[in-house]
Design a protein around this ligand. Sequence first.
Ligand code: PMT
Length: 398
Amino acid sequence: MAKIALGVASSISIYKACEILRGFQKEGHDVQVIETRNAAALIPPALFDALSGRRTIVELFDDRQPWSVAHVALAKEIALFVVAPATANILAKFACGLADDFLSTFYLAVRTPVLIAPAMNEAMWIHPQTQDNVRRLRERGVEFVEPAGGYLACGDEGQGRLADPQRIIARGLDLLCRGTGLRGKKVLVTAGPTREAMDPVRYLSNRSSGKMGFEVAREALRRGADVVLIAGPVAIAPPSGLEVVPVTSAAEMKEAVDKHFSGADVTVMAAAVADFMFRAPAVRKVKKETLPAGLEIVRTPDILKELGGRKRPGQILVGFAAETNAVEAAARKKLREKNLDLIVANDVSREGTGFEADVNQAVLIDRRGKSRKTDILSKRALAAVIWDAVEGLREKKK
Ligand code: PMT
């Protein structure tokens, strides 16, 4: 049995929150309802109190609740946070980090998976501001069950109706299952490129956007892990709810990895670490006329190989292989030479997958040599496949 927080905002579809509450209870879960003040004006907390068997929370400072700092204490107890129905207002508050009532303050304290089912007038739903808020929340790992089309309470027809409660419950249960596999485990993920300075204005790097590694970190977080994400210089926002260590060069990445590796149960090196660096970057900008004299290029430390040489029994080490030809053979060689438990090989010569893209295709090979080729998947879905494989390996190691 898990504890679920059910956030309820003031939409006409609020009555469907009762069915959602009951649905989770039928599956054996304990539900704590949190209403906004406007929601409590539509359905008084007493109804949810009776259905849930718990006092519904509305106010930030409520001396009827047993916790000292209620939003933080409750956030630590729950395994899933569902908001259904969610209004445009609550989406905007969550997206901006505004914390002016219990529900919005609670959102910031939550570290478990978050599932939002919006309901509103179609014009409000498709408004660029609302869509921007949804995109920002998605980027941070929030899951959505999108509104359905049909007749709306305001008399309009269009997309805006709260999705079928059974779909919301099913999605919530799905997240709940995924949300426990790595509970209590420490996960270390690297992402993005490294930059090797040539002088104060130029550097050597590669096309990694950080998307793949960020999705790997996000999925570990969804499954309940404590995640440290070591990220090279990227333009995308990291998922919230994890520790981010920003680095620039391979040497900095190695230092950060070394600091966190011994405490990690699973380490996934998705970063595209530059293979070369300048032995002695120039202190001043190198003049065009003097190039390339005096710029000696040397190998960067192979971080993953060093980890493979000193991992302890039970620790799982996952590497990536970015290849352009004979992908599987090259990946098997890296798996062996770097003493990995799993390697995720991707062909980075193909247009539209791999570097920078939102999708990727990979061959996963484990240390026994068993391989599995995926379809072209979103990087989020591929991250789930990778963690399914890691969880399978952990089972075998027990
Ligand atoms: O960031 P995106 O735009 O989403 O793109 C994703 C990706 C293509 C970068 C990702 O899927 C990927 O393939 N990451 C690994 C890139 C890479 O450096 O591959 P490699 O075959 O050169 O290295 C093999 C492994 O050794 C990798 O796990 C790498 O992190 C590690 N390595 C490499 C060099 C080095 N000096 N130290 C290392 O630890």
